[in-house]
Design a protein around this ligand. Structure first.
Ligand SMILES: NC(=O)c1ccc[n+]([C@@H]2O[C@H](COP(=O)([O-])OP(=O)(O)OC[C@H]3O[C@@H](n4cnc5c(N)ncnc54)[C@H](OP(=O)(O)O)[C@@H]3O)[C@@H](O)[C@H]2O)c1
Length: 286
């Protein structure tokens, strides 16, 4: 039995859908906080079970009978270490034999503000003694959908990452890697640094958007403090603006790129190109 947490989220949903193509659906559990959002998953024939990281009893119930659990990192930044610890404890209690965790690129060395919760979770998982795999994901290209929408209207993709490059790919690539780890062999106690084969800069992103959309778009780099002011001026909460500016700083420092080749190796194909990712995002934007 394979359990996927956060299954109503963007990534978890993609994993469950892809798993359902590969293994009998009665062997798949979509573990969700909000069952009302899981009708489409139930329609696939997978079991839907309630699993709220804040309610440990739901986690042991959701993981019962599982050999493998994919712990999709929670979206509740700041609460995640305790939430993930509860999930690890539940996995241990029910005898899970392989715990797969979606972490962040270079979790143990990265200085990006999002890294400490991932680093702490990885340590908790190692300490649990459960065989593990860490899927250390770079950025999703989908993170730039809003920036691209704005750029089509204003002509500028704005950021403070300078010429830094990142290894962002669509979520589906990370989902594919997770499916390989959950269904393949030999992935226990491995740490995978998952990123695009070809890292790209915001200037590369702007160039691709311009070329593929046929509209004039260029990258406009601004100092971090100005970037923060602009994001707050656009209505983002301060902590979100801080997180985004810090992420651009990390991109400038190369923290979100990796030459490991791990992602294409797991996928058995090259990672999705920036051009293909941008084409999909533009299609989404209509
Ligand atoms: N690499 C990147 O670029 C990037 C970007 C954003 C996030 N992330 C991380 O990657 C994870 C997956 O990405 P995503 O795009 O799928 O995020 P998402 O669409 O926001 O999904 C997050 C999932 O976490 C679930 N969740 C939140 N709090 C929970 C709780 N207390 N108990 C149980 N489940 C809870 C949500 O449940 P509900 O459906 O009930 O809300 C949702 O299913 C995120 O949660 C975040 O840790 C990575």
């Amino acid at each position: 039995m394979i359990v996927v947490t956060g299954a109503t989220g963007h990534l978890g949903r993609l994993v469950v859908e892809a798993l359902a193509q590969k293994v009998p659906t009665d062997q798949i559990v979509a573990a969700v906080r909000t069952p009302e959002k899981a009708a489409d998953l139930a329609a696939l024939g997978v079991q839907v079970r309630v699993a709220d990281y804040e309610q440990p009893a739901t986690l042991t119930e959701a993981f019962a009978g599982a050999e493998k659990v994919l712990l999709v990192s929670s979206s509740e930044v700041g609460r995640r270490t305790a939430q993930h610890a509860a999930a690890v404890q539940a996995a241990k209690a029910v005898g899970v034999t392989h715990l797969v965790y979606t972490s962040i690129l270079g979790a143990d060395t990265a200085t990006i503000s999002l890294a400490p919760e991932h680093k702490a979770t990885e340590e908790i998982i190692r300490d649990s003694g459960i065989p593990f795999t860490f899927l250390r994901n770079s950025w999703y290209t989908e993170n730039y959908e809003q920036s691209i929408a704005q750029a089509l209207a204003t002509g500028a993709i704005l950021g403070s990452a300078g010429e830094g490059k990142l290894g962002g790919v669509p979520r589906a690539d990370y989902a594919g890697a997770a499916v390989e780890v959950l269904t393949g062999t030999g992935h226990e106690n491995k740490v995978y640094e998952l990123a695009a084969d070809q890292a790209w800069s915001y200037a590369d992103l702007a160039e691709a958007v311009a070329r593929i959309s046929g509209k004039p778009v260029a990258y406009q780099n601004v100092p971090a403090s100005q970037h923060r002011d602009i994001l707050i001026g656009a209505g983002l909460p301060e902590f979100v603006a801080d997180m985004l500016v810090d992420a651009d700083r990390a991109i400038a420092d190369g923290e979100l790129a990796s030459g490991s080749g791990d992602l294409s190796a797991l996928l058995g194909r090259p990672t999705t190109t920036l051009d293909d990712a941008v084409t999909a995002l533009l299609k989404n934007l209509g």
